[in-house]
Design a protein around this ligand. Structure first.
Ligand code: DAH
Length: 341
């Protein structure tokens, strides 16, 4: 029996010290110390021993049990430490690795130009309005005095949503004039920036979606001199003191008289160069005195009130402000381009 106990001790201790995982340890515990384990089986034979042998064997058996138990405990500790070690290794964080730089975005140059423009107008008492891009043709055309058959209403120029040409992507921000007249108290001073849509092919100066800024003033005694004075002051704020402008006669259905305003070319100072296509001038906006019929259609007494309005292309303004040569750069959103502003 003594031999039996010794061989159990040896085999069990070997197996326990070599165990590679906690599951294996548990299997070994059951195998040797469990109710049906090998050591238990030997102890059950104690009854067949002589009274002298019994306490001797009993003591050895107890020693073996104690040895196995402490070996198991030690092995458990060893495995737990190894597992922790491994986890620390796996989850190690190397704080000496350089961080990834976060790129902070900034305003698109066109919106920078718009913000500057808004600041100038707001400082003059104007309110900035926002309006729908999906617009009724009645606002985009009828109430702006562009009657049925007007060339700008053609399907080849305009994105319509319905067969009857009543709902469309607005082709200009001018419908915001009507929306302002219908909802605001007089006098009115507003600007309304936003996207507009036309069936244009993309090239260096055209895009089917672009931005306009509409402006409108209605009050008693407003004249063409106010229009010129205000727009000249705005251009000087944007492009610097002494910026030279000129007003040319033009035609728009919703203004009478109508004009276009040019700014003297910043590149050549008016001599003519590739930037201004040899003209010496760059066209910036259309404007005019609001047609009395337009005022009347929106319920404003044109005998008592007069007004002026303008519409300018925002891309073109930004291109001049930041000396950008190609319109497509504004829409591509290439960071190498955008980061320059
Ligand atoms: N809506 C015109 C266009 O898209 C621009 C324009 C001209 C707006 C004269 C106006 C204006 O308010 O008075 O070509």
């Amino acid at each position: 029996m003594k031999q039996q106990l010794e061989s159990i001790r040896k085999a069990a201790l070997d197996a326990i010290t070599q165990a590679a995982g906690t599951e294996e340890l548990e299997t070994l515990r059951v195998r040797y110390l469990g109710k049906k384990g090998e050591l238990t089986a030997v102890l059950k034979q104690m009854g067949s021993l002589s009274p002298e042998e019994r306490p001797v064997m009993g003591q050895i058996a107890n020693e073996v049990r104690a040895a196995l138990e402490s070996a198991l405990e030690e092995a458990r500790k060893r495995l737990a430490e190894a597992a922790l070690e491994q986890r620390l290794k796996d989850e190690a964080l190397d704080i000496t690795i350089p961080g990834k730089a976060v790129r902070i975005a900034h305003r698109h140059p066109m919106y920078q130009a718009l913000e500057e423009l808004e600041d100038v107008f707001v400082s003059m008492g104007f309110t900035v309005l926002d309006g729908p891009e999906i617009e009724l043709a009645s606002y985009n055309f009828d109430k702006l005095n562009a009657e049925e058959g007007h060339p700008s209403r053609d399907w080849s120029d305009t994105f319509y949503f319905d067969e009857d040409s009543r709902v469309m992507l607005r082709s200009q921000t001018s419908p915001m004039q009507v929306r302002a007249m219908e909802t605001m108290e007089l006098p009115i001073r507003i600007i309304a920036p936003g996207r507009v849509y036309r069936k244009d092919e993309v090239d260096a100066t055209h895009s089917p979606m672009f931005h306009q800024v509409e402006g409108m003033v209605i009050d008693k005694g407003v004249t063409m001199a106010d229009l010129k004075g205000t727009l000249n002051a705005v251009m000087e704020e944007l492009f610097g003191k002494g910026t030279v402008t000129r007003f040319r006669p033009h035609h728009f259905p919703f203004t009478e008289p109508s004009c276009e305003m040019d700014v003297q070319c910043h590149k050549c100072g008016g001599k003519g160069c590739p930037t201004c296509k040899g003209e010496g001038w760059i066209e910036v906006l259309g404007a005019g005195m609001i047609h009395p019929r337009v005022l009347e259609m929106s319920g404003i007494d044109s005998e008592e009130y007069t007004g002026w309005a303008f519409g300018m292309g925002l891309e073109r303004l930004a291109m001049r402000r930041f000396k950008i040569a190609d319109l497509r750069l504004i829409f591509e959103n290439d960071v190498r381009f955008l980061e320059q502003f």
